[in-house]
Design a protein around this ligand. Structure first.
Ligand code: NAP
Length: 284
């Protein structure tokens, strides 16, 4: 694929020659237009002085593998978002322990024919919860909604914080049972349908692409309701507002998982707080 079409723009030849010597990155998903990853990675680039070009790539399940093969000839790596994290895990030629445990890849590094797959969703969520929001997960009862690629990424990191219990609820119960059975942990895990949920929990984490309204009994006065989504999340906000619950979106996780990806590619950890502050200000 010619470089000009990789980055999706018509550009003069001299600019094309210049970017040959820059670090090319992209985020692949479907849909992808909403993604804030380019904005975040360019803010990290400005902070650390590492020059990069970061764009968005729309793919389908049918062409995902071909798109990756093309990117691997021009790019140093990419991020992968819904719904391709499991496919990326299957296609990676080597995996970090985080990606192997999660069976989902959200970050790839292309290096001399090797596709090293990593997963930064877990560290992203846990850093946002425990560091940015000062919410301690140890000994807490956590209700996690969903059992897709994002759930796979975050569950091992949540379990490593030694919560008291993890409850997983998903529309497709077989999928939730499979994810639960794959965890290597002493933490008790139970799988429930949405309609079985009744007891109060300390933290609700929505990893599903749609929020299913829950019985009010899952809430107590201090329950933290965290939605991994940071746009198109009116269903979640309506429910949390109706119940006067503490609600947080996934913007902090997005920035933290992006910082971990940046460190994976470049060996430099950017400072996340000003970036998150800027994104919140841009959206206000
Ligand atoms: P995915 O692999 O496609 O999984 C989708 C999940 O959503 C599945 O559990 C699916 O349930 C559930 N779901 C879909 N439609 C539903 C509906 N109408 N009602 C109830 N459940 C429904 O996607 P993913 O990679 O896990 O991503 C999930 C979400 O997390 C996306 O919105 C993504 O943008 C967000 N995310 C945010 C961050 C961040 O940094 N903030 C990071 C990762 C992901 P079934 O199994 O029953 O089909």
């Amino acid at each position: 694929m010619p470089l000009c079409s990789v980055i999706g723009k018509t550009i003069p030849w001299y600019f094309s020659a210049m970017i040959l010597f820059m670090n090319l990155l992209t985020v692949i998903g479907n849909p992808i237009a909403h993604s804030l990853s380019p904005t975040i990675q360019l803010l990290f680039s400005g902070q650390t002085g590492i020059e990069l070009v970061y764009d968005k790539t729309l793919a389908t399940e049918q062409n995902f593998s071909t798109v990756l093969q093309q990117l691997a000839t021009t790019h140093i790596g990419c991020n992968i978002t819904a719904p391709f994290k499991t496919l990326a895990w299957q296609l990676a030629t080597r995996l970090t322990p985080e990606a192997a445990t999660a069976k989902a890849v959200n970050t790839l590094h292309f290096n001399s024919g090797e596709w090293l797959g990593h997963n930064t969703d877990g560290i992203g969520l846990v850093t946002d919860l425990t560091h940015n929001l000062q919410f301690k997960l140890t000994d807490k009862t956590i209700l996690l909604l969903g059992a897709g690629g994002a759930a796979r990424g975050v569950i091992p990191a949540l379990l490593a914080c030694q919560p008291k219990q993890l409850i997983i609820a998903n529309r497709d119960l077989a999928k939730a049972n499979l994810v639960a059975a794959e965890q290597n942990t002493q933490v008790p895990i139970s799988v429930q349908t949405y309609t079985q949920l009744e007891h109060s929990v300390d933290c609700i984490i929505n990893t599903a692409t749609a929020f299913t309204p829950l019985p009010a009994t899952v809430l107590h006065a201090n329950t933290l309701c965290y939605d991994l989504r940071y746009h198109n999340n009116a269903d979640f906000l309506t429910w949390t507002t109706q119940h006067s619950a503490r609600a947080v979106d996934g913007l902090g996780m997005l920035v933290e998982q992006a910082a971990a990806a940046y460190e994976f590619w470049f060996g430099v950890k950017p400072i996340t707080r000003p970036v998150l502050k800027q994104l919140r200000a841009d959206r206000a």
